[in-house]
Write a protein that binds this ligand. Sequence first.
Ligand SMILES: [Zn+2]
Length: 311
Amino acid sequence: MSYEGKMLDVLEMPARDEVEQALLKALFRHDGVIVEFGAGAQIVEEIAEEFGLNQTQRAAALETIYRKENRIKKSLLWHRLLFRAAASLAEKGLISRPSATQKITGKREWMLTESGFDQSLRLLEIPLKQKNLLPTKSFEVQKLAKQITEASRPKIYSPFDDSKANTKTLRESTIRARGFRQAVLQAYDCGCAFCGMKISTPHTSIWEAEAAHIVPHSSMGRDDIWNGLSLCHIHHWAFDVGWLSLQDDFTIQVSPKIRSLPPLFGKMQGSDCIRSYSAGNVRMKLPSNKNLHPHQAALLWHREHVFFNQV
Ligand SMILES: [Zn+2]
């Protein structure tokens, strides 16, 4: 048995597969990312706490002798164990290595992959169907969200995705849906572009706001930022059914049909979810980066095909 193996044995450290599972769960708790295990990192203590490690176990150090340099390097056994567990998860394709993640986020972090995310959901017994809404980052989704956010805005834009005719696997469409949602919510700071409503679930930080398509999927709408809007549930519904639309200058437009409805319709206590925008002088809340604004080609399509412009 190796020197390291003996120490793990003598000190009764947790088994590596247990540490791997604990890491996957910790990654889920931390929205899919944890920083490298440097000395004193919070995550190192957090997982040690979970295993109930005592001071001796936490402080045990391995000594490596570098004869050529005539020095001894000490490294904490617990850090080594965490690192080996993470490396093993990376080997299995369940997490990305800090060197790979850095290319996407600019930070040296371990990040869940889509398979690792699925695995963590199974371990925590969270239904897979919640996956699309969870804010958890994964390597593939972050990569796509970065592409969506950093793509250069086309002068002539078609909001239709003809390539959709090609069937996509469930895995691909999940990544697309999550990447679109993440890029849109991030651009709009997770609030509604119409009313500003911003709130998340108390436990898992699922944002109430939804990533809406201006040209919907059913009409071959693209999953890119120029065809997206972040809207609360009510305004998403009102936009999709044609109560609301947007002018080219981003002012909110209300269907004239609203005038024929009983006054109580559309009211929520003191506020009026639809009529508040009737004056035609309320501009939607836009991302600060102009490159991320909705495209006029998508807005025109919505006014012509969805908006109910009759009394
Ligand atoms: Zn709203």
